[in-house]
Design a protein around this ligand. Structure first.
Ligand code: MIG
Length: 794
């Protein structure tokens, strides 16, 4: 740093506070405080007049009050809980964090520490050998961001190259993994914020924001799950989405007119390709005026939505923030009269340019504007629209031709109290606030339905309001591969409901690429195919019969795993755990797992190793410690090991953790069809002794009743020893009763014919009690109600 940089100097007075301390180091002040035993908040104010961060990323989280001891020891102050200790060295002021056992977690760079330079605030931190850095929201490039430099500034950008940065999301949060342990840091600053993760290899990280105070939270870990649990306690968690939003979704820029949409829906059903949602992109609107319908292309929106719903489809419509300047357009007029728009420095509504031509941008910083905007969704909901898709919400502005393509930084926002904030401070929050307006409105207008919102842009906390897709990728093999680290890092940034456009948005997908993409997409939390207006058609049947059959198979498999997937959504909702996880998440002590970015875990039990190269018919897959059962062949492999796996075009390499019980549903054409009356537990005993536990979560999939406990949680355990397995199904807990009398149990790869099958101690007979066929394994039914024990010997 140059001479203008000033780091914190000598402590010149301290004050102990509840669970923390305040240190004067004129002109600066430092406050360190434990929020929980494993969460510390640090705030450095370069000068008294520098304002606090805008608070919208955070929730009103409740923390368990930590017991914190404090003392002065030599030239240092110490604060300690039973999980973490902070040493505050006093001359110059530098922080050192240790875990409960005294191991170093994280520390200031001794030389530069924390400081400021003109209006910016800086944190220099020690980068340790062996550190890997994950998270950072939505970034291209490798999974491990050590050595990268990244900026947080929501931006509409294309194409996505390995060096393209920033993208649409700004999530100033990361997780450091080192020697099996993880800890996290969240920098609460809405200004443009930069992360230099030791790019020069000099052993230090540098995080700086172009305004505001330096505020960060350190989460001690030591597991990824604990870091995410804490980070999402602070920034909130995903509400459970409606079950239909876990189905396959079809989109394209340009599904017009209405008859074409109806025909699309019919084609899915005729061809027996499951699908739940059809998206309408910007052309459904009348001249790109938000909250309108093009009367010629969509003469009967209600009829459209109703007709589709009868066939089990939901409609999701795009909503962009720019309001067309047009005095005959009520949305525009209302906004203008009420003063709802972002203003230029002269106090006039700022004029930007997006799809509708000249536009004003609603100022979502204000609650009254959020409400007004939210209420306008009535026009869409009344027509029967089921969910909303927010785009261009960085916000994108074509009028500005610099690389940011957004509002000038000096454009003005206001709070409800009339306080003025420049765009440079609010920019990163724009989509978060728009998402809040939308999701709150959906709840308000349809209290008995769970809202669904998809967003392109967002900030830390966006998971509270929306699912995230990764924007304008291209139909390139490179982007198929990139989707994995991108989605994994989003998941490690608190955003579990994520996906990339299947098939690629820009450019033409070739049949083989589409086949591999739909196979991968079936295992991503958000599963939507989308393409731009000027590409070749990308519906599953446009690639010829072979690829159509492959796509059908992949999508059918998606529908079969929904009970497993839905339970993972529930876990994400409760704990903030990602749904799609890097191998290191479950195998933290495995340094090979820590660098795998061409495969991932879907929950704890499925390892997905997609084919990412053209013409490949096999690939190398890394299997971490334990036994892994090939989903297709039943072959058991023992990790840690690299394996070459067969991958004919119709098959995605897929492994089940030995000992797992996978709850599977039937193939249905949409999620509303079956309600999972049919549920089958697939057991994968493997070869070695094992013991594994899991929970199956179910509810009505549609309403917020689960918040009142109307759900069913069923614990199950599988114990395997030599030629014997025992499955214990607990009595389901909770007041939701799934509509079924029996649960299927299958052991698809039982190594030999069963010698004995006991249900609750009673012997079952082949034929009447169970069936067994080589190649299909053992099958039987057990009652849904009550606790049951199944034992099989072979
Ligand atoms: O400037 O609405 O990322 O999914 O199809 C392009 C048209 C605007 C960008 C979105 C894309 C969408 C497209 N939009």
């Amino acid at each position: 740093m140059d001479a203008a940089y000033r780091s914190l100097g000598r402590a010149d007075g301290i004050r102990w506070t509840p669970a923390g301390v305040e240190v004067e180091a004129p002109p600066a002040r430092l406050a360190v405080r434990f929020l929980a035993p494993d969460v510390v908040r640090v705030e450095m104010t370069p000068a008294p007049e520098v304002p606090e961060p805008l608070p919208f990323a955070r929730t009103e989280a409740e923390w368990e009050r930590p017991g914190v001891a404090h003392e002065e020891r030599g030239a240092s102050l110490w604060l300690a809980s039973d999980a973490m200790a902070v040493e505050i060295q006093s001359d110059p002021v530098r922080l050192v964090f240790r875990d409960g056992e005294g191991r170093l977690l994280d520390r200031d760079d001794p030389e530069s520490g924390m400081g400021w330079r003109y209006g910016s605030v800086h944190s220099f931190r020690e980068a340790r050998p062996g550190d890997r850095a994950y998270g950072f929201g939505e970034k291209t490039g490798p999974l491990d961001k050590r050595g990268q430099r990244m900026t947080m500034w929501t931006t509409d950008v294309l194409p996505h190259l390995p060096t393209t940065d920033p993208l649409y999301q700004a999530i100033p949060f990361y997780v450091i993994w080192n020697a099996g342990r993880a800890h996290g840091l969240f920098f609460e600053n809405t200004h443009r914020t930069h992360f230099d993760m030791d790019r020069e290899g000099t052993g230090r990280y540098h995080v700086w924001s172009e305004g505001g105070r330096l505020v960060y939270y350190l989460f001690a870990g030591p597991t990824f799950a604990q870091v995410l649990e804490r980070y999402t306690r602070l920034t909130g968690r995903m509400p459970l989405p409606p079950r239909w939003s876990l189905g396959f979704q079809q989109s394209r820029w340009g599904y017009v007119p209405q008859q074409r949409v109806e025909e699309l829906a019919r084609t899915f059903r005729e061809r027996r390709i499951p699908c739940d949602v059809i998206y309408l992109d910007i052309d459904y609107m009348d001249g790109y005026r938000v909250f309108t319908w093009d009367p010629k292309r969509f003469p009967d929106p209600s009829g459209l939505c109703r007709g589709l719903k009868e066939q089990g489809f939901r409609v999701v419509t795009i909503v962009d923030p720019g309001v067309k300047v047009d005095s005959s357009y009520p949305v525009f007029r209302e906004g203008l009269e009420a003063g709802h728009y972002v203003e230029d420095p002269a106090g006039k509504p700022y004029m930007g340019r997006v799809w509708p031509g000249e536009v004003h941008f609603p100022d979502f910083l204000q609650e009254r504007v959020r409400r007004w905007w939210g209420d306008w969704h009535r026009t869409l909901l009344d027509a029967g629209v089921a969910g909303i898709w927010n785009d261009m919400n960085e916000p994108a502005d074509f009028r500005v031709h610099d690389e940011d393509r957004t509002l000038p930084e000096g454009t003005l926002h206001r709070t409800d109290e009339g306080e003025v904030h420049p765009h440079r401070e609010v920019h990163n929050l724009y989509a978060l606030l728009m998402g809040r307006a939308t999701s709150e409105a959906l709840r308000r207008m349809r209290p008995q339905e769970r809202p669904f919102l998809l967003t392109r842009s967002g900030f830390a906390g966006i998971q509270r309001y929306a699912a995230v897709w990764t924007g304008d990728n291209s139909s390139w093999w490179e982007h198929l591969a990139m989707a994995i680290p991108m989605l994994l890092n989003l998941g490690l940034s608190g955003v579990a409901f994520v996906g990339a456009d299947v098939g690629g948005f820009r450019d033409d997908a070739e049949p083989e690429l589409y086949a591999r993409w739909v196979q991968l997409g079936a295992f991503t939390p958000f599963f939507r195919a989308h393409s731009a207006h000027d590409t070749r058609a990308q519906e599953p049947w446009t690639f010829g019969p072979e690829v159509e059959a492959i796509a059908r198979g992949a999508i059918e498999l998606r529908y079969r795993i929904l009970p497993y997937l839905y339970t993972l959504f529930w876990e994400a909702h409760r704990t903030g755990a990602p749904i799609m996880r890097p191998l290191v998440y479950h195998f933290p002590d495995d340094p090979v797992a820590a660098r795998v970015q061409d495969a991932f875990l879907l929950g704890p039990d499925l390892l997905v190793a997609p084919v990412l190269q053209p013409q490949a018919r096999e690939r190398m897959a890394y299997l971490p410690e334990g036994e892994w059962v090939d989903f297709w062949t039943g072959e058991v492999s023992r990790g840690p090991a690299h394996r070459v796996v067969e991958a004919p075009l119709e098959r995605i390499p897929l492994f089940v953790r030995a000992g797992a019980m996978l709850p599977m549903g039937p193939v249905t054409q949409h999620t509303g069809e079956a309600g999972w009356q049919e549920l089958t537990l697939l057991l994968y005993p493997g070869e070695a002794p094992s013991h594994w536990k899991t929970v199956l979560y179910e509810d009505d999939g549609a309403t917020p009743a689960h918040e009142q406990g109307v759900s069913s949680r069923r614990a199950m355990a599988l114990a395997v020893r030599e030629r014997h397995l025992a499955l214990d199904l607990a009595d389901p807990e909770g007041s939701y009763a799934p509509a079924r009398r029996e649960v299927g149990v299958e052991v698809p790869f039982l190594p030999g014919p069963p010698r004995q099958v006991l249900l609750d101690g009673r012997q079952l007979a082949e034929g009447s009690g169970f069936t067994y066929e080589t190649g299909r394994g053992l099958r039987l039914q057990v009652p849904q109600e009550g606790a049951h024990r199944l034992e099989v010997a072979w």
